[in-house]
Each structure stands twice: as structure tokens, then as C-alpha cells.
Design a protein around this ligand. Sequence first.
Ligand code: GAR
Length: 208
Amino acid sequence: MLRVVVLVSGGGTNLQAIVDAVEKGEITHTEIVGVISNNKNAYALERAKKHGIPARCVSPKEFESRAQFNKALLEAVDGYTPDLVVLAGFLVVIPPEMIEKYQNRMINIHPSLIPSFCGTGYYGLKVHEAALERGVKVTGATVHFVDEGTDTGPILLQKAVEIRQGDTPEVLQRRVMEQAEWQILPRAIDLIANGKVTVSGGKTKMTE
Ligand code: GAR
């Protein structure tokens, strides 16, 4: 069983997609052992509780310094002894110690086709605003392993989504979630759980 911890900050629709996929058997050999939010009001925490998944908040507001928060976050993650850490809309800069410890064992979902519209400052709705502002006709989502850069790690899965005339950032965000994020994030976890992914030289390789 792959022990998975999911880190969240907000609504938690990606968390929901993972939970549903595990319950339906679309993700196999996987147990979601914990959910951690940096925001105590995140609806994602409620979603976890409804499914009987241990959930807790570790907020930077509870600590005097960033270093103390970083230590507490890493301890909280370690406490679940995960095989895989999934960043599902987690809008916190990951502590360097955590990146090192979970190298090739931590993935992130980003709402664009990396390397477009990614890096510092590109998160949530801002990504979709930037895509519409640039006038691209296709966008999408990417699941990647987390390295020391922002959205620079080895790419695992991507899925393209068409942009339509008259799209607002909110409409586009919803379409990217439905058509890409909620599909590729569960699939990525299933691939990892079934030993089908290897990482080498900054790239991933899929075996059947
Ligand atoms: C998702 O669109 C996710 O891709 C994005 O935040 C949203 C969280 O929604 N993540 C980033 O922008 C990371 N750079 P959710 O809480 O409903 O899953």
C-alpha cells in the first residue's frame, strides 16, 4: 500500500478527486493516511473528515518564525510516514528540508501546461488570468515531481484543455479542473502506486 499524505490550502476539489478515485478503485494499492492544511478554514479539511481521513491544520500564524513553521510542517508530514506527498492546491513555499527528504516522493498539480504560466506568482486564478491575457488557445494542467525550483521538477502527466471565446478566469479554471486536474492527479498517484514511474536525469519514464 502506498501511504499518501495530501497537502491543501483551499476548496480541496483535487483532494476530493483523489478520495473518490481511491473509493471507486480507480487508484489501487493506495491509502490516504492524512490531510494537512495551512489554513484552518480550508473546506478541504471538512472533505477529509467526511471520509474518515485524519486531517489537521499547521498554520504559519501559530509560529513565531518561518523556520519554526517549516519544522512543524515537516514533523506533521513525517508523522504520517508517507511514501508519497501530494500537493493539491497547497499554496505554501515548501521548506528546503522537506524537498530534499521527499525527493522523487512529492508531486504537485499545477493548472497550466508547464513551462507556460508557471513559477513564482503563478497560482490559482492568476494562472488562468495570465493565459487569457496572453490569448493562448490551449491551456491545461501538469502533474510534476517537486524539486528545489518553483514548478521546475520532472513532469509526470499533462493534459490539454481548449480555451473558448468569452472565457472568464473562473470559467476556464473550472474547465481545467474538470477536464484535466481531476483526471491526471488521480492517474499519477495510481501510476506511482503501481510502480510504473521512474525518474532520471530530470525526466520521468513510464513503464507498462
Ligand atoms: C487547483 O487549480 C490547483 O491546480 C491550483 O490550486 C487549485 C486548488 O483547488 N494549484 C496551484 O495553482 C499551485 N501552483 P482545489 O483546492 O479545489 O483542489
